[in-house]
Design a protein around this ligand. Structure first.
Ligand SMILES: *[C@@H]1O[C@H](CO)[C@@H](O)[C@H](O)[C@H]1NC(C)=O
Ligand SMILES: *[C@@H]1O[C@H](CO)[C@@H](O)[C@H](O)[C@H]1NC(C)=O
Ligand SMILES: *[C@@H]1O[C@H](CO)[C@@H](O)[C@H](O)[C@H]1NC(C)=O
Ligand SMILES: *[C@@H]1O[C@H](CO)[C@@H](O)[C@H](O)[C@H]1NC(C)=O
Ligand SMILES: *[C@@H]1O[C@H](CO)[C@@H](O)[C@H](O)[C@H]1NC(C)=O
Ligand SMILES: [Zn+2]
Length: 521
């Protein structure tokens, strides 16, 4: 059942784009329950056959997934007016349209789900211009995302000061940092911490140089009061300067960042089955937003559509455990929606989520079948490794190869892990390079990105591999079908006290290398 997309409900008049709006002709579903009568919905839906992994997987049709991809691509075009190209970035009409679309489809399932939205403030930044001069040379430095501008959004001229150790402690910053541009080595703590320490020490700007080969493209994450204008840069541009400073010479430079950080309101959409044990939920999600650069058909159209299509198909069944679906906003700005959601759970609500499954990018053109390597050994909450093992079995049963990828913070599982909720997921790859061995395992092209259009305008309808999408959508359906049927053998949740947490990860939080697409440390 494919609920036909009716754009006129969605789009303001005059923004209707073209005849591509008509989706393939699928029968329109009639709402089973008029209005919002919960007990009637429960009565009607509980007569449906009980779900299991295989039955739910059997409902997955590639043509349904593709029809929805077409809908999303059409919706991305509503932003053309403002952005000059299709996009579903937060704050755009394309993103609002995506959220409406999800709500519209869920709302047409006869009260099978109770659907809610969670509005939250999202920080988004723009960098208009920047320049860094060290000694006599303009150097290739990248301003960190969400950096504040330099004073008055103008260049500042100052001497350079080397910071001791790694700049993770306030005592690493000597008196010479006051009024200077601070040079700080990458590593051990977040860019945010380094920038904050530099700001507190009175630096006019901060430069984080790499502790490994290559440039540094990072984010400060959440803006903090003491952040100063901060760049990332390859070590080779800073090393000669450090030598001169060490020899007691004075070296000047200038820093310039014209940037803006703004806060907009955006929303997550959450849908929960009215059937099933409401205290024991399997939860899954994808993100509803794209980057500004493009329409995001694979990232994360493929994941968010899969989650939606599985939600639609699940409505043909009854469930023993509740299933909760999420479409996160602000993922591309640093996992904002999922983090807000997970941080905000009361202890009682937290415990109801038995596990969270992240589905972000499931149909990359040059794909690998990737499983997040969530493990007990890494201190991930108990159940994460069991979920990882479920995906291993799942790919084996589907007759395909798989690889493990680092569980290092690149998608919406972070907030859940930090809240002590077991999590994991699968993906097909972004800007990573496919190896020759992986070509033997999956086909495709070695030496190229898994998703050659990652975060670009060409992440459009041609940027999908149908084979990979079908395999992954069936595995997603199995994951929902299995846990909606039963949690037998799956670790029970215990509320995480400080002692339990300390046992799991020590007294420190797991140190994520990323928060979303950007490095944070
Ligand atoms: C890492 O930073 C902490 C302060 O946040 C500091 O105490 C520790 O010595 C640093 N570790 C290394 C290896 O530099
Ligand atoms: C939780 O949500 C409320 C309102 O919905 C908000 O005021 C609060 O800041 C949120 N807390 C966190 C930790 O995100
Ligand atoms: C997965 O994580 C475990 C535990 O940290 C580690 O021993 C193993 O090498 C990892 N596997 C891969 C392929 O990264
Ligand atoms: C799995 O990978 C091996 C190489 O490691 C390859 O020989 C085999 O054909 C692959 N199987 C499938 C189903 O692609
Ligand atoms: C998708 O991947 C499969 C397996 O590698 C390949 O046979 C097929 O041609 C690909 N399809 C597209 C549209 O690239
Ligand atoms: Zn994504």
């Amino acid at each position: 059942m494919y609920v036909k997309f009716n754009p006129s409900v969605l789009l303001p008049l005059g923004l209707l784009v073209s005849s591509t709006l008509s989706s393939p002709a699928f029968p329109q579903q009639q709402p089973l329950v008029p209005g919002n009568d919960l007990s009637a919905a429960i009565r009607i839906h509980s007569k449906k056959p009980p779900v299991d992994a295989e039955s739910l997987a059997a409902t997955i049709k590639t043509k349904n997934l593709l029809a929805r991809a077409k809908d999303l691509y059409t919706i991305a075009h509503i932003s053309e007016h403002e952005y000059g190209h299709p996009t579903r970035v937060i704050g755009s009409l394309g993103h609002l349209g995506t959220v409406k679309y999800v709500q519209q489809v869920l709302g047409s399932l006869g009260g099978y789900y109770s659907v809610s939205e969670q509005i939250f403030p999202a920080v988004s930044g723009n960098i208009y211009e920047s320049r860094l001069v060290l000694g006599h040379h303009t150097v290739p430095a990248s301003p960190m995302s969400l950096t504040p501008p330099t004073k008055n959004k103008e260049p500042v001229f100052a001497k350079l000061a080397a910071v001791a150790n790694d700049g993770c402690s306030e005592t690493d910053f000597g008196d010479d940092v006051k009024g200077a541009i601070a040079l700080i080595k990458r590593g051990n703590c977040s860019f945010s911490k380094k920038s904050e320490n530099a700001g507190k020490a009175g630096a006019v700007a901060a430069v984080v140089y790499n502790n490994e080969p290559g440039s540094v493209s990072g984010t400060l994450g959440t803006p903090l009061e003491h952040h100063v204008a901060t760049f990332g840069i390859a070590a080779q541009f800073v090393e000669p300067i450090l030598e001169e400073l060490k020899a007691g010479k004075e070296v000047d430079g200038s820093a310039y960042i014209d940037s803006e950080v703004k806060i907009i309101k955006t929303k997550n959409v959450i849908a929960q089955t009215v059937l099933g044990d409401q205290d024991n939920c399997v939860m899954l999600g994808g993100h509803s937003d794209s980057v500004e650069e493009g329409p995001g058909v694979n990232d994360d159209g493929s994941g968010s559509i899969t989650v939606l299509e599985v939600a639609v198909q699940l409505a043909k069944f009854s469930v023993n455990n509740c299933a909760r679906f999420a479409w996160w906003s602000g993922e591309e700005e640093g996992l904002l929606g999922s983090t807000y959601y997970a941080e905000n759970l009361s202890a009682e609500e937290n415990k109801k989520i038995r596990l969270f499954m992240d589905y972000d990018m499931l149909a990359s053109v040059n794909f690998a079948y990737q499983i997040y390597n969530a493990t007990d050994a890494e201190g991930d909450p108990k159940g994460s490794e069991e979920l990882r093992n479920f995906y291993i079995e799942g790919y084996k049963n589907l007759g395909v190869n798989y690889t493990f990828i680092p569980f290092d913070g690149r998608s919406d599982y972070v907030g859940f892990i930090e809240a002590g909720i077991p999590a994991g997921g699968i993906a097909t790859g972004a800007e990573g390079i496919k190896t020759p061995e992986e070509v033997e395992m999956f086909g495709g092209r070695a030496g190229e990105w898994y998703d050659p259009c990652y975060h670009q305008l060409c992440d459009d309808l041609t940027n999908l591999n149908e084979t990979a999408w079908n395999v992954n959508a069936r595995l997603v359906a199995k994951s929902v079908g299995k846990y909606a049927e039963s949690f037998e053998g799956f670790p029970k949740r215990t509320l995480e006290t400080d002692e339990v947490r300390a046992e799991r990860i020590g007294n420190e939080r797991k140190k994520w290398k990323y928060r979303g697409r950007k490095l944070v440390m």
